[in-house]
Ligand binder design. Sequence first.
Ligand code: GDP
Length: 453
Amino acid sequence: MKECIAAIATALAPAGLGVIRLSGRNSIEIAAKFFKSSNSSKDIKLLNGYEAAYGKILDGDFFLDDGVALVFKAPCSYTGEDVVEITCHGGLLILQEILNICTKNGARLAANGEFTKRAFLNGKLSLTQAEAVADVINAESLSYLRAVNEVKNGILYKKAKGISNKLVELDGNILVWLDYPLDDLPDIDILKFKDEIRCQKLKLDSILQNVKFEGVLKNGVQVALVGRPNVGKSTLMNLICGEEKSIVTNISGTTRDVIASSVAINGFDFKIFDTAGITDSSDVVERLGVERAINKLKTADIVLFITDNLTKDEDLDILKGYESSNIILVYNKSDLNYKKHCFSKYKFSEIVSTSHNNYSSIEKLKQAIYNVKQLGNINFNNMPLILNSRQKSSLERSSKILENLLKMLNSNVALDAIGVILEEAIDELLRLTGEKVSDVVLDDIFSKFCVGK
Ligand code: GDP
């Protein structure tokens, strides 16, 4: 077991409770120096794993706080080492003092992500699972949390490992053949071999398909509200998000910059952007606002084209070049009972009528926004989401290597060359799972974690 490390595991802000975590050699003995159980039979040195004791936290004779010590015994802990978690009152002074006592008694301050790094090094988590821990902590939408939890529970690891195991098996067949060419071994069936490689490449590519969900799940779906001034964009934004973020007036040109707010629809996070009304204004500030609105339109996942009784065909021009499958036409101010203009130039993905005094029309609009990206079709069970560029590059590289190998197999290539290339693909996958990864890469990954995790 490595030296004992200690850190405040909870956020550095006053709170009801706070947790100090110790892990490593002598962590229980170090905690026992300042944690005195109320019940002597529950001295923490005598506790079994997963047992807790209530007691006093003392700095010498000085009573600092009372709290609970929870003991984990190696290897049944997060890090795989002996671990003690002290839960006390969440005062910053208390937590800092306890941490000082830990270091005075032989613990070292933990570096960022060091507990999770130890969990990885002790074989409790693969590297992709360890990376997912940081994403679980930082998740801001339920949908992302669900997807990331699948990765934390090992789905990406299992899929990558399954592919690398198969490649290792194929490589093994080649090695046997190369080692014993004169024995009565059957020839390698190149057609079957190619099929196997193709099948593993397809599996890699199907994991890579999930890249498209990462941004949408992690950062939310970007929705831009566009349309002429005064059609009701700001009103709609406030109603969709349930807060008064945008200023509503009947004076045109009030919104001069892009204003952002967010809303969760069926557990998915949507970032809504209210933009300046698109118009040929001579006002410099208003013109800059329009420019920003057009830029937002270009990068948005979904565009709500808001219209009212005064909107005309030429107002559609702003949508030029934008993928029509992601545009929702909104006939706003439907309470005015105007004749709906038919914007025949475009095939909108959805058409919705709304009014600021009709709540159910706003709910319908929210449902339409949700439907456009077909988010309901995402199946999180067993979905190997790719969480970062490191994971993506490893998968892309191994897929590319297999693609090159398939091309080579069409010509008369030597078996030992095939073996070398297969091993390159395997190495990439082992780098992904963390079975073959350099210290520099590990340091980089864990330095992005918070202290105490
Ligand atoms: P924006 O310039 O497109 O952001 O439009 P605003 O949200 O500022 O609204 C412009 C004016 O239209 C305000 O006076 C709103 O009260 C009014 N308005 C907004 N939505 C509706 C609606 O559904 N029905 C009616 N009758 N008026 C609306």
